[in-house]
Design a protein around this ligand. Structure first.
Ligand SMILES: C/C=C/C(=O)SCCNC(=O)CCNC(=O)[C@H](O)C(C)(C)COP(=O)(O)OP(=O)(O)OC[C@H]1O[C@@H](n2cnc3c(N)ncnc32)[C@H](O)[C@@H]1OP(=O)(O)O
Ligand SMILES: NC(=O)C1=CN([C@@H]2O[C@H](COP(=O)(O)OP(=O)(O)OC[C@H]3O[C@@H](n4cnc5c(N)ncnc54)[C@H](OP(=O)(O)O)[C@@H]3O)[C@@H](O)[C@H]2O)C=CC1
Length: 445
């Protein structure tokens, strides 16, 4: 591993040099264990502690198959799916691996008693399998997390519709929170030259998801002037949704839960901000009953901020807690686009406000190959910036995941895998200097 790291850090090793480097038989990786899936039985979601279920293990290097690549991972990031995996909710991910293992001889490799997690990476290609021509050992890359088989025509227009669509490192094994990862080569994209490894690794999953959910015609198809209500606007998804709204000429109405988070949104350029904690919205009277008066109070506040206008697009993900309010505050003909249900997936809303006002709910999930590529291109061009707030070592991934689970973080939380320290891997210093303030906006808040 040391030779691999030396070659990467030299920044001038050739593709042949990388191809000649021997690969280790094993590597360090963050895992959950199949025999521990019941360890939190009976505990409330909040009390399930990722620090107990995430392990740093030595694991054998998987065999490389056709169309695949082994990547030396310099940095990765924590996503909320890392939280779900670590608390075995809503399902243990081993069911996904078992199911994937049944697809073919090659996919059998994924069905193991341990699951190497992680759905983001920035690093360097070490080896490519048969049939890979677009990438070579030594290429500096990031990887998006869409894994598809593409054998069915169902996915040929939009790769997210493939019946064998999976999220790498969540529904497949050999993820990015590790020193080496196994990906399909069509997950690879060029690493933005002006970013460090940990900065480049942090946008992938959430940036692509926000791009499809908000910008793409497969999502809300946002246009100039739209009022976009963004829940968790300084969080993982929200920090990219806010940037897309601003960059696309829309008006974000950012919902956050503290003055510090409100300040981050202001620093991104947002002007209309609601602190849901300070204003104490209680959309639910009790576990089964919502309070439409609170939806109205929230809508009135939005109208105050916008000068009387309602919301064109709601960027939804909290789910149960907020969905009733989201449907209510959307304007006639507007769109609620949802990709998650952090606070509960059995939503309740008043359907009269949906049908009588011709609103639409759009389900959105990650991004297709092209959308992921376009989202990464915007990062590489410096039009959208990483929102990395803090970086942990691989050993500290449990703590990093705990922070996200408990909503103690801002933007994105990074993890150094092979990178010995932060700030390495930048090639285009001139471009970096142009965007330095924006790149560092979420740091140390
Ligand atoms: C990029 C990052 C993303 C995120 O972070 S997202 C957040 C994290 N992800 C999650 O929380 C999602 C976790 N996944 C799940 O909870 C489950 O994964 C799903 C609920 C999404 C799906 O459940 P399942 O059990 O895998 O599949 P079924 O499709 O519900 O299959 C159950 C049975 O129902 C049958 N069925 C499906 N559709 C129909 C239909 N229309 N009519 C009749 N039957 C149907 C199937 O065939 C199957 O049957 P048979 O059990 O016998 O195989
Ligand atoms: N389907 C897909 O493709 C994807 C789905 N997801 C899912 O989206 C969800 C959010 O992910 P991500 O943005 O990375 O997570 P983060 O935790 O980084 O950000 C979410 C933000 O939402 C806000 N929030 C949390 N709970 C509530 C609540 N009950 N009511 C209102 N606001 C709330 C918080 O902001 P504040 O406290 O400031 O209001 C929080 O910072 C997760 O469930 C994740 O699994 C994520 C990526 C892709």
């Amino acid at each position: 591993m040391k030779d691999i790291l030396d070659a990467i850090q030299s920044q001038n090793a050739s593709s042949e040099d990388f191809a000649a480097l021997p690969l280790p038989e094993s590597y360090r990786a963050i895992t959950v264990h199949k025999d521990e899936t019941e360890m939190f039985a009976g505990l409330a979601t909040r009390d399930k502690d990722p620090r107990k279920s995430l392990h740093l293990d030595d694991v054998p290097l998987p065999e490389l198959g056709p169309g695949e690549a082994l990547v030396a991972v310099m940095a990765s990031s924590v996503n909320y799916n890392s939280v779900w995996t670590s608390i075995f909710e809503p399902l243990s991910t081993f069911g996904f691996l078992e199911r994937y293992g049944k697809v073919s001889e090659l996919t059998k490799r994924h069905d193991l008693p341990y699951h190497i997690i992680g759905s983001d990476l920035a690093g360097v290609v070490l080896r490519t399998g048969p049939g890979v021509n677009a990438w070579r050992p030594g290429d500096e890359v990031v990887a998006h997390c869409l894994s598809v088989e593409l054998e069915s025509s169902d996915g040929h227009n939009d790769t997210m519709l493939d019946p064998e669509q999976r999220i790498w490192g969540f529904e497949t094994n050999f993820g990015g929170l590790a020193e080496i990862a196994l990906v399909k080569s069509n997950q690879l994209m060029p690493k933005p030259d002006h970013l460090s490894w940990e900065e480049a690794a942090s946008p992938g999953l959430v940036n692509s998801t926000a791009y499809r959910q908000l910008v793409s015609a497969n999502g809300a198809n946002m246009k100039q002037g739209d009022n976009v209500l963004i829940w968790g606007a300084s969080g993982g998804l929200g920090s990219y949704a806010t940037q897309f709204a601003l960059a696309g000429g829309a008006t974000p109405i950012c919902v956050v839960s503290s003055p510090e988070k409100a300040e981050i949104c202001r620093a991104m350029g947002a002007e209309l901000i609601i602190d849901r904690a300070a204003e104490d919205y209680r959309f639910w009277k009790d576990e089964n009953t919502q309070d439409p008066k609170e939806w109205k109070r929230f809508g009135k506040r939005i109208r105050e901020l916008t000068g009387g206008e309602d919301i064109d697009i709601v960027f939804e993900h909290p789910g149960k807690e907020t969905f009733g309010a989201s449907v209510f505050v959307t304007r006639k003909g507007g769109t609620i686009t949802t990709c998650a249900s952090t606070s509960g997936y059995m939503h309740q809303y008043d359907n009269r406000y949906l049908w009588m006002s011709l609103k639409r709910i759009i389900g959105s999930h990650f991004a297709n190959y092209r959308e992921a590529w376009e989202a990464n291109r915007l990062i590489a061009k410096g039009k959208i910036h990483p929102t990395l707030s803090k970086t942990y070592s691989l050993e500290e991934t449990g703590q990093a995941t705990y922070d996200v689970h408990r909503n103690l973080h801002q933007g994105k939380v990074g993890v150094l895998c092979l990178a010995p320290e932060e700030g390495l891997g930048v090639r285009d210093h001139e471009m970096r200097a142009q965007h330095l303030d924006a790149i560092n906006r979420f740091r140390n808040v």
